[in-house]
Design a protein around this ligand. Structure first.
Ligand code: SAH
Length: 210
């Protein structure tokens, strides 16, 4: 950013809310600001985690940006048997997430976790988290119907890679009591479409409304 000392900025985080501030000093590595007026109080945000298999760079960057706009709290790239993308550039994804958070007027920047194996990620979720398993197998209940029956509490949405989930992964997932398989409709969606469609439906029923 090409800011100068004396310039007014808006600065925010999830614990202190959003403040008008003035730039006091700028060095290569630090910017000092003077906080002046609180313009927004911190507000609790719904805890939805997106577990998604990394996909090719451009659609992956896109889905991260849209997930931030749709209110995701945390994103965990999950490595599945058919994931073809081996490396995830966390620095770039985090920069994308910060930019999307600023643009969408959020007060928090979602955490982008380091990639984890599917089983590790699912078992590592906070106790009481329900996992919405977007299963392309097609025999599951529609997402909105599943959501209407779900208690409150932390939630995770899981989508697979371009090649889908393997039969072994499907069996492991469906064997967990806290995993709810859902359908996103009769057509096969691209991985990025699926993650956004699921988040949009979640936002419309369990999202945070002013
Ligand atoms: N190649 C696979 C499709 C993978 S789509 C095949 O042809 O069967 C990538 C991911 O998007 C899937 O793993 C799933 O998580 C999600 N997805 C796509 N379409 C879906 C649908 N109709 N219902 C639920 N999930 C879906």
């Amino acid at each position: 950013m090409r800011v100068k000392t004396g310039q007014r900025v808006r600065i925010f985080n999830g614990t202190d809310g959003e403040w008008l501030a003035t730039i006091q000093a700028i060095t290569k590595r630090h910017v000092t600001v003077r906080l002046e007026t609180k313009i927004r109080r911190p507000a609790p945000e719904p805890q939805v985690t997106l577990l998604l298999a990394p996909i090719k760079r451009t659609p992956f960057d896109y889905v991260i940006q849209k997930a931030v706009e749709l209110g995701v709290a945390r994103i965990i790239p999950v490595l599945t048997e058919r994931t073809i993308v081996a490396r995830v550039n966390l620095e770039r994804l985090t920069a994308n997430a910060i930019e999307a958070a600023e643009q969408s007027d959020r007060l928090t920047v979602p955490e982008i976790a380091a990639p984890a194996a599917l089983g590790t990620a699912v078992r590592g979720l906070a106790a009481g988290t329900s996992v919405i398993f977007c299963d392309e197998a097609g025999d599951a209940a529609p997402l909105a119907q599943a959501l209407s029956k779900m208690p409150g509490g932390p939630m995770a949405i899981l989508t697979g890679p371009e090649g889908g989930f393997s039969p072994q992964e499907r069996a492991m997932l469906r064997g967990q009591t806290f995993v709810i398989p859902v359908s996103l409709g009769p057509r096969i969606l691209r991985a990025d479409t699926a993650a956004l469609a699921a988040l949009a439906v979640w936002q419309s029923t369990h999202g945070d409304w002013k």
